[in-house]
Ligand binder design. Structure first.
Ligand SMILES: C[S@@+](CC[C@H](N)C(=O)[O-])C[C@H]1O[C@@H](n2cnc3c(N)ncnc32)[C@H](O)[C@@H]1O
Length: 260
């Protein structure tokens, strides 16, 4: 069996978009409809491959997506073209630490930062990003964060996500394994992703790819501290089904901030 290493795993490989959007859509629909504005503009910060904005555009909303990865923005533009939503969405390659610079003079009614992106930033950087999101938001508008709640796993010394085993359309096998490791007195956690892809259906050769990401373990009080300082109303859920947040069991930490 031959093994070749490639450097990076594409984000698309880790997400089953159909399943994910089917689950998330009712939540987004309700939140956006609840914003009392005649014409709602959406900003998706760290928009990845643009799948959320394309879904919003199909619902009739205009928006802007910003992401630091050129590769993801290229994929987002292709997805938007395929779905005939190009007149409704603008995609920008940019750093979310310099949001106001990239979006000078623009205002939004709904700003999302989801898919655990906020967990990669230090407290200082989170404050910088949140302040800029707040400045770009119209009064009455909403900011949404979704991050993983790592707290239910603090007593585990090692743990991993259920492996993903896929057969692509040409029937090659793909295995994806995600292993988590605690760091710095459980204030941080590292995720190692390993992907093995068969080079062709009958082959014994696999290409291996790896990715390592460090996350801060975010808690609800990290968001409370911020909204206490600004004029904002904070609502917290434990998932997109709007379950009450319980730090010992909730899968996610879903944060909604309304600018008052
Ligand atoms: C886990 S993905 C989430 C993507 C998408 N929001 C979702 O929910 O699927 C994290 C994204 O954050 C982007 N990202 C990381 N650092 C960034 C930065 N400083 N500025 C803008 N985007 C960034 C990555 O390129 C990647 O697309």
């Amino acid at each position: 069996m031959g093994i070749k290493w490639k450097n990076e795993i594409l984000y698309q490989d880790l997400v089953k978009w159909d399943t994910r959007l089917r689950y998330e859509a009712p939540f987004f629909n309700e939140i956006i409809k609840g914003i009392a504005k005649p014409k709602i503009r959406i900003l998706d910060v760290s928009c990845g491959t643009g799948d959320h904005l394309v879904m919003f555009a199909k619902w009739g909303y205009e928006g802007v997506g910003i992401d630091i990865s050129e590769q993801n923005i290229t994929a987002a533009e292709e997805l938007s073209k395929k779905n005939k939503t190009k007149d409704k969405i603008k995609f920008i390659v940019g750093d979310m630490l310099k949001l106001e610079e990239s979006l000078e003079g623009e205002k939004f009614d709904f700003i999302s930062c989801i898919g655990n992106t906020f967990s990669i930033f230090s407290p200082e950087k989170r404050a910088l990003i949140l302040n800029q999101m707040y400045n770009l938001l119209n009064i009455g508008g909403k900011i949404l964060f979704q991050v993983v709640n790592y707290l239910p796993h603090t007593s585990e010394t090692e743990w991993f996500y259920k492996p993903i085993i896929l057969r692509g359309s040409s029937e090659e096998i793909q295995y994806i394994v995600r292993i988590m490791e605690w760091k710095e007195m459980k204030e941080k956690i590292t995720m190692y992703v390993l992907k093995a892809q068969q080079t062709s259906k009958e082959s014994d050769d696999f290409i291996l790819q790896k990715k390592r990401t460090e996350f801060y373990v975010l808690k609800s009080n990290h968001f409370k501290e911020f909204t206490d300082k600004l004029k904002g109303e904070l609502t917290i859920f434990g998932n997109y089904e709007k379950s009450e947040f319980n730090e010992e069991v909730s899968k996610d930490l879903v944060i909604l901030i309304t600018k008052t």
